[in-house]
Design a protein around this ligand. Structure first.
Ligand code: GLC
Length: 748
């Protein structure tokens, strides 16, 4: 059932992300007035003009190249044009020179900022701060819409549990709940609480399961069961659509043999019929055409038919709809009513964005908001909250008054392009402030820069220059990691160690005996276990963007205290893939059995205890999900619940004391986890259900209360329905996904 709601409900409809499901109605948010306009316009359109709206073209070069198609109404949307003059020119032809004057929907990958680049989405997730992430998305929308982009292909909601997959950089990591919270934040930020000229239609992608690519190889097949889809991969999309996301993109992968771009089960049964989504569904780049390569379609006509009948509205760069839909309608293989519904979804978004009233941008004025000081400040704050302190022997925070000479080294110390990370198309490296630049500005005359390695993959076995400089310095700041090109789309890696000779560089620096602080900038969690002994402290910054330098300088010298938490598990070795916190218990959980090093030669076949672990790398990761240190410490105590037994429609109230037991003011991300001990299906050992950032002064204690609707414990069980199954549960409140002692409660 679909509700027609006005947009002001959009701000209200967002609320809790508890993924209630099934009959909840959702909508992109529309109004009777919009619906009337849609129907009036649709009624005037020829079949060719309808099909033209379903065609998206990647622009670039001369506008004149597209003029003829625009005049014929053969293009409904363009992407990859960001010059506001050109966008105005495209719009002018579409609006003034075509029969019906339907404006174009101008799309762009504004993934983590437009000009002001924020941390990559994996870094945004590490903040566990949806409000701050929403603010960043709003800034991206203000900058992008000012220059004519009114549709972003973001947020990417692909749950990723395999760091070999390069696109783990673009999502919110391994956890369904964290992903859902970030999804809602970014949709709200992009679209705004009510639609106006700064609203940029969000596009939740890639629908669905793309991050489960077998082998972590991009575009590879996935084999997710319906239960896995419904309990792990779909909820973030549902939350985003409940929050009013206006568009959705299909994914490249085939799941269990069916490519998403022709998968009516997900695109119709779930998306339209269960969730009531009435926004626009666009393919991924040529994902329609690629179904021929998948072996799922004979030719472009065949795949165009399959995509249209499965519920796709707009074709990105296959031109299958433009070339074949008219013929398919004439032959009856595709009903014209299917075309009409697709065009309604497209026109609805265009009317709601106000494109008919105002398709043009003020080119002059558009420059003023780009890189505005407030935007840069927000980006800096976001980096500060996204950086994760993984190791610290007390060397951090550095005391500036005790330091005369700072050696800055490493391939990421002054990499203005690579620091922006993947999918930073419009971030200009001239605006990037690198760690080197920030430190030189902050400590004039104190910073010595010897890169040691010009780029991450460089092979070098001697570091005499860097070692000599280190001996003359009071502290060594090594900025390591991977360039932007080593992460993102199509950039999967089979080896996750620091690439090239970076580990050797770190070892050489440590051998000098000077304090060494490593900062890793990467698009994924690398396997850094072998590097930890070679540094006194280690900060992990998922490619931090434009303001990475100032933010890292603030963190290194204590003007900011790290609060980031791992949004994805950090492995000890790539051989542990996949390893994530919300795993099942199995029938033989690891119970501390012997490791390779403990085994005597003649060990009997069954002497080691038959449980689930690796003889060489054990059963645990290097750092678990939700983990991150601070310059201070926090203690949890007096965890209580208001009841022992709750009804399925009840609300759990949890209370505990949080104390800052250290010497620095700091912020803790308190995390609430639950385990369903017995279910109609085996259940994860822990699932994140709430989190909250709590800031405390040094020595301060505060009673914290968290409320959790019992309904949030629901899952799709053996019978395929989503419900809370009565029984015993455990609940933790802790600073990561493995700490804390559980408290039991019953649901009856
Ligand atoms: C790419 C990506 C998708 C992106 C689209 C447009 O191939 O898969 O995430 O939005 O093409 O650039």
């Amino acid at each position: 059932m679909k509700y027609i709601r006005n947009l002001f409900l959009l701000a209200v409809a967002v609320v809790a992300v508890s993924c209630t499901t099934g009959q909840t109605t959702t909508t992109v948010g529309t109004s009777t007035e919009v619906e009337k306009k849609v129907e009036q316009l649709l009624g005037k359109m020829t079949l060719a003009e309808k099909i033209g709206q379903m065609n998206q073209v990647s622009a670039g070069g001369d506008v004149s190249n597209y003029a003829e198609s625009l005049r014929k109404g053969q293009i409904g949307s363009i992407l990859n044009e960001v010059d506001p003059e050109k966008i105005n020119a495209y719009q002018h032809i579409a609006v003034e020179e075509s029969r019906l004057g339907i404006p174009l929907l101008v799309g762009r990958d504004v993934i983590h900022g437009y000009h002001t680049i924020f941390p990559i989405p994996l870094g945004l997730a590490a903040t566990f701060d949806p409000e701050l992430v929403e603010k960043g998305a709003r800034i991206a929308a203000v900058e992008a819409t000012a220059q004519g982009t009114r549709w972003t292909f973001s947020p990417m909601l692909d749950i990723a549990r395999d760091p070999r997959w390069g696109r783990i950089a673009e999502g919110s990591g391994e956890d369904t709940y964290l992903d859902s919270r970030m999804a809602v934040a970014m949709v709200r930020g992009y679209q705004g609480s009510s639609l106006d000229e700064t609203s940029m239609a969000a596009c939740v992608k890639h629908f669905v399961g793309y991050g489960a690519a077998e082998g972590g190889r991009d575009y590879n097949s996935t084999y997710l069961s319906e239960r896995q889809l419904r309990n792990i991969y779909l909820p973030p999309f549902e939350a985003a659509i409940q929050a009013g996301a206006m568009t959705l993109m299909t994914s490249f992968n085939d799941n269990d043999g069916v490519p998403s771009t022709a998968n009516a089960f997900i695109l119709k049964d779930i998306l339209r019929n269960e969730w009531g989504f009435d926004g626009l569904v666009v393919t991924d780049w040529d994902s329609m055409g690629e179904m021929i390569d998948h072996g799922y379609g004979l030719d472009r006509k065949d795949v165009a038919m399959k995509a249209a009948n499965a519920g796709v509205d707009m074709d990105m760069m296959t031109f299958g709809f433009l070339s074949h839909l008219e013929e398919l309608v004439r032959s009856g293989e595709v009903k014209e009513s299917t075309i009409d519904e697709a065009v309604r979804h497209i026109l609805r978004v265009k009317f709601m964005l106000g494109l008919f009233e105002n398709p043009y941008v003020d080119v002059e004025a558009s420059q003023a908001v780009q890189y505005a000081p407030a935007h840069l400040e927000a980006a800096c704050k976001t980096v500060e909250e996204s950086v994760i302190l993984l190791q610290n022997d007390g060397t951090l925070p550095l005391q500036a008054d005790r330091i005369r000479t700072i050696l800055v080294t490493g391939p990421m110390a002054d990499a203005p392009h690579d620091q922006l990370g993947t999918w930073a198309f419009d971030g200009q490296k001239s605006h990037t402030v690198t760690p080197l630049k920030a430190l030189q500005e902050r400590f004039p005359g104190k910073v010595v820069y010897v890169p040691g390695l010009q780029y991450s993959r460089q092979e070098r076995n001697r570091f005499d220059d860097v070692v000599a400089a280190a001996r003359r310095a009071d502290v060594v700041l090594a900025f390591l990691g991977e360039e932007a090109i080593l992460s993102g789309e199509a950039h999967s890696l089979a080896d996750l160690n620091l690439i090239g000779s970076q580990s050797a560089l770190l070892a050489a620096l440590k051998a000098t005996g000077k304090p060494v602080v490593a900062t890793v900038m990467a698009g994924r969690p690398l396997t850094i276990e072998r590097d930890l002994p070679n540094c006194n402290a280690l900060l992990y910054a998922f490619h931090p963007g434009t303001m990475g330098g100032p933010a890292l300088a603030n963190l290194l010298f204590g003007d900011a205290n790290p609060s980031g938490k791992t949004p994805v598990t950090f492995l000890r070795t790539v051989g542990q893939v996949p390893m994530y916190y919300s795993h099942n218990m199995t029938g033989r959980p690891y119970r501390g059995e012997k490791m390779l090093v403990d085994i005597d030669q003649e060990a009997g076949q069954t002497s080691l205890g038959n449980t689930s672990y690796y003889l060489d790398y054990g059963a645990y990761p290097l750092f678990p999900f939700g983990y991150g240190l601070s310059y201070t410490t926090f203690a949890y105590s007096d965890l209580t619940m208001d009841k022992d037994v709750y009804p399925v429609d009840g609300t759990i109230s949890v209370s505990f004391m949080l104390t800052n037991t250290g010497a620095y003011d700091g912020t803790e991300v308190v995390q609430l986890y639950v385990r369903d001990l017995v279910g109609s299906l085996t259940r994860p050992v822990r699932e994140l259900k709430q989190f909250q950032r709590i800031s405390l002064k040094a020595g301060e204690s505060r009673q914290i209360r968290m409320e959790l609707p019992v309904a949030d414990l629901a899952f799709f069980g053996l019978d395929g329905t989503k419900k809370v199954e009565p029984g015993e549960f455990h609940l933790w409140v802790a600073g990561d996904s493995v700490s804390g002692e559980p408290i039991s409660f019953q649901v009856r």
